[in-house]
Design a binder for this molecule. Structure first.
Ligand code: ZN
Length: 323
């Protein structure tokens, strides 16, 4: 893994060659389009490192890219590999100027220009170019998996976040999440600035964010913990989803967002509160001046509680259980 990581950090991935049968093209730094020479029916984006310090998925994607370059991983569909935020990856930081995963869908135009606003724009352009190239011989199905790791501990080790969208995703997509070993699937109910919301909303991609455990320094993760998702991705690239030996993930949906607007914001949760911790109906979750955030008539489960986010950003999501 060490020499793969060094190639990524020192911009040497561009020197990797791919076997006959795969046409490789760099659409930007860390953005690699792979098109099979044989016709395809599916176009998938696999991304990691949108948050620079979420390392395990970066290693996983590096390994997969290397396997493709060595001819060990076959490919029967159009694929875009994205290493999201290389300056942040090099600095081992979540981001340098702005949280990249809040800037998609044009939201990068509303912040002071910086590393992430430029990158969000470049990634939006690349996604558009890729899906257009993938449709060259007629429209194909679109997918996007954006891989992250959670900052804090969680009652579930691995879970998926679906962007808000009308209707439901296909059973095949849920099967992919099940085969990937996801313990839970959370559905957003409002638009957001995430990479997967962008690909879902603008390009009707079956898209989701995967949260794959906690991160160690780049190059030091134990990838055996991610064997299920690694296996599922490997099968996805050859169009084989007919497996699901893991139990079906539990389903949740977002019912309210806790937002920090000012220094008065108080989150009434212990610092180490785990993701998916339940709260009883009527519990006071947070307050800010006159605003009180209270659990509704059913128990709610917290996701990503964080009282120290920048003003205007999400300090936590509250979920209800669907299954
Ligand atoms: Zn992340």
């Amino acid at each position: 893994m060490e020499h793969l990581v060094n190639d990524l950090l020192h911009c040497r991935l561009q020197a990797w060659t791919f076997p006959a049968g795969i046409e490789a093209r760099w659409l930007g730094e860390g953005i690699l389009q792979l098109l099979p020479t044989a016709p395809w029916r599916q176009a998938t984006i696999l991304s990691a490192g949108v948050h620079g310090n979420e390392t395990a998925p970066i290693e996983l994607l590096l390994q997969l890219t290397h396997d493709l370059s060595q001819g060990r991983q076959p490919l029967t569909q159009a694929l875009l590999i994205v290493f999201g935020n290389l300056p942040a990856i090099r600095a081992a930081r979540r981001y340098l100027h702005n949280d990249l995963n809040r800037l998609f869908g044009g939201r990068h135009l509303a912040v002071t220009p910086g590393n992430e606003s430029r990158r969000a724009f470049a990634l939006e352009q690349a996604v558009q170019a890729f899906y257009r190239a993938a449709d060259a011989a007629g429209p194909v199905n679109r997918g996007h998996l954006d891989m992250h790791t959670a900052i804090r501990g969680s009652l579930y080790r691995q879970f998926a976040l679906l962007p808000a969208h009308a209707g439901d995703f296909s059973p095949d997509f849920y099967q992919l999440l099940q085969a990937s070993g996801m313990d839970a699937v959370v559905r957003h109910t409002e638009a957001g600035g995430t990479f997967t919301h962008f690909s879902c909303e603008r390009f009707a991609a079956l898209a989701c964010t995967l949260e794959l455990g906690k991160a160690l320094p780049l190059g030091e993760n134990d990838l055996t913990q991610f064997a299920a998702v690694q296996r599922a991705l490997s099968r996805l690239l050859v169009g084989d989803l007919a497996i699901a030996d893991a139990p079906a993930p539990l389903r949740y949906r977002v019912v309210q967002q806790l937002t920090r607007h000012s220094d008065d914001f108080r989150l009434h949760m212990a610092d180490q509160t785990l993701n998916f911790t339940p709260f009883e109906p009527g519990t006071l979750l947070a307050e800010e001046g006159e605003t009180r955030y209270v659990v509704g008539p059913e128990p709610e489960y917290v996701l990503f509680p964080n009282p120290t986010v920048a003003k205007g950003l999400r300090a936590g999501l509250m979920l209800e259980k669907l299954s």
